[in-house]
Design a protein. Sequence first.
Length: 178
Amino acid sequence: MDEALKLDNYSYDDYLDIDKSTTEHVELIDGKIYMMAGASAMHQDIVLNLGYLLKNLSKIDQKCLPRIAPFDLKLNNNDRINIVQPDLMLFCQNDIPCAIFEVLSPSTAYKDKTVKKELYEANGIKEYFLVNPEFKIIEKFILEDQKYFYDKAYGIKDSMEILCLNQEIKVAEVFESL
């Protein structure tokens, strides 16, 4: 994924005026517009695997629903409206997701680890997962007292609990067929 353009001082109305037919992903974070190219096949495979796993787990108690990008998520921060498109979100009877998964790529890793993480933290998203395709690990952050705390990095031999679902997934299944 390439971030083709970064533009400053944009409002939510400016975001709505962008012709989104010219790009797959457009995000508005703290007044900056991020236009991004499409995802790689590996990136899509990971999102598909995660979506499949979470959809099956969510059928157990039917309180949560996964959504994959492109899906606009509207969040407020610093008196600004922000629009992001996380790779995968898990909604559990709320307007904001209970958990967000971002699949890292060289061009988005910095933004995912900094500005987006801070935005999710400020909006009370309970769990944040950074999926690293290169090393086949998933780093998990849990919100406690309005601050993210690092849980740990889970490798392909590990099972990882999704607190929002009170269920575990096998990390190897996330990276299956890669």
